[in-house]
Design a protein around this ligand. Sequence first.
Ligand SMILES: Nc1ncnc2c1ncn2[C@@H]1O[C@H](COP(=O)(O)OP(=O)(O)OP(=O)(O)O)[C@@H](O)[C@H]1O
Length: 225
Amino acid sequence: MSGLLVAEDLHKSFGPTAALDGASMSVAAGEIVAIMGPSGSGKSTMLHCLAGIIRPDAGKVSYRDQELSAMSDSRRSALRRGEFGFVFQFGQLVPELTCLENVALPLRLDGVRRKDAARRAAEWLDRLEIDDVAGKRPGEVSGGQGQRVAVARALVTGARVVFADEPTGALDSLNGERVMRLFTAAARESGAAVVLVTHEARVAAYSDREIVVRDGKALDLERAR
Ligand SMILES: Nc1ncnc2c1ncn2[C@@H]1O[C@H](COP(=O)(O)OP(=O)(O)OP(=O)(O)O)[C@@H](O)[C@H]1O
């Protein structure tokens, strides 16, 4: 299998439960892939293995032909900080910081100067059509605006892959679609691949390809475009 990010024959059990049982999939550079499947089928486990958050019991995950489990912990964290971005369902923004400061945070942690980080963060807020929330704290914005702040924060560092677990799960359908439209447009513009877990067909419709996880195995459904 080839691709930017490749999972081969993954097995992962939690006690007696086999969450992944020989699952393989790959993601090409710049591609938007949706992982779908019934509740409890192993979608989040697959995402966490791909992102190097959990280590599979067997099988391997490679990023740019380098196996994640063979990397040192510091190399893996550097990869997660520098090349991967994350968008989760909720609870991901720092409540004490403004939305602009939340987006600027990964840049500040990378040593970018305050002024430059703020300027780049403001550009991303603008791209996601939420420049008006820059000075507000996460508790003062809507769920959809908060998710767009999270998308901006995931992309601001120039991430090559953004992992998103039910990014619209807490939103109504109109706001969910708006987040997906802006998220996928921003990812395409910056050339980032997106790996997205969802159980909603209309969210998956924004992807180039769907992977269905069932009984711990992954099935690749090529989307007719
Ligand atoms: N940390 C854990 N400890 C114990 N069991 C777990 C853990 N994480 C996942 N599981 C189990 O592994 C299986 C797959 O879980 P996973 O979260 O990957 O499924 P999912 O497809 O993402 O589900 P959902 O759509 O409901 O979020 C489930 O049976 C789940 O209960």
